[in-house]
Ligand binder design. Sequence first.
Ligand SMILES: *Cc1c(COP(=O)(O)O)cnc(C)c1O
Length: 367
Amino acid sequence: MHKDSLVVFSGRPDRITDAPLNGPIHINSTHYGDGQLIYGRYGNETWQQLELAISDLEGGKTLVFSSGMAAISAFLNTLSPGSRIVALKNGYAGTLLWLKNANESGRFNVEFVDTSDTATLLNSVLGADVLFLESPTNPLIEVVDLPVVIPFAKNIGCAVVVDNTFATPLNQNPIKMGADVVVHSLTKYISGHSDIVLGSITTNDDSLYSKLDLERKLGGGIAGPMESWLALRGLRTLSVRLEKSQDNAIKIANRLNNSPFINKVMYPGLESDPFHSRASSFMTGFGAVMSFEINGTAEQAEQICLSSNLVAYATSLGGVESLWERRRRIKSEMTNIPENLIRLSVGIENVEDLWDDISSSICKVLG
Ligand SMILES: *Cc1c(COP(=O)(O)O)cnc(C)c1O
């Protein structure tokens, strides 16, 4: 089945008479007997439905967690002390801060590299135990050359983890390219309605799966059944939401790119973007998050975000609602992100309404 069928089909109850089309929300802390589930921190049938659906899309076995960061930290907690990790220099601020702290405390030996530069990356992977990637990256929307980097790392015995949140399983499947682990912030595109926080991790390595399962049981970062059900409900429309968002995004990126008030637009869908040909060679879509630097100051970027009527000034991304923010207002954001950079997550609204709102907000402040 194609992936746009799987998002609709996977993770449903068996088709027997009087079975419901959608599984119930299992609100329970315990289960009868000595079976698979036992206790509410060990297993839950609503998690399992969502896990099956993500597994079908990414290839491998999935565990859902209370957040994307819970999934990421559960994985990192399975690594031996002293592990050598090569990680992206530009990426999700929460992941980077976690790794930076683990490096400073001496728990892991982490090297942060520019993962968009393939030669540098291949060189640093030599001798590493784990390569931690994100592609496209947050918030600079850089694309890693996954079809080159993943097999190279695997060949020298380095495990590869890819945070696939920005691409979604519809635009690329890193496990099918040879990666060991895929993580998602389900908070973003997969749930898609800016209403829950949830995460997942998928792997095709059975021994790692068991370690992660134990990490979830003992770490306790378990998903709520209600959130799991909502994520599965959101997943059903992922393909149409993503398609509309991407259609809107390319139009808006092109218009921003031609605006005298904008210095630089970062979006791999643009032909002028340095990652356009790389992304086109293996991704089936460019996603719908872009960043741009305005021809103005941090204060003006802030004013632009506050001036909009339709686009909401809020953090996060991947929902049906368009959101934007000046990234550096977040204190934990990396200091190499320009102060006047705005990250825009394009939603599924009418593109002309979006452009009217975006262009008039920009003109009001810079015009
Ligand atoms: C949001 C995000 C995370 C963290 O996920 P939470 O669900 O907020 O914990 C991790 N990686 C990327 C790329 C993200 O955008």
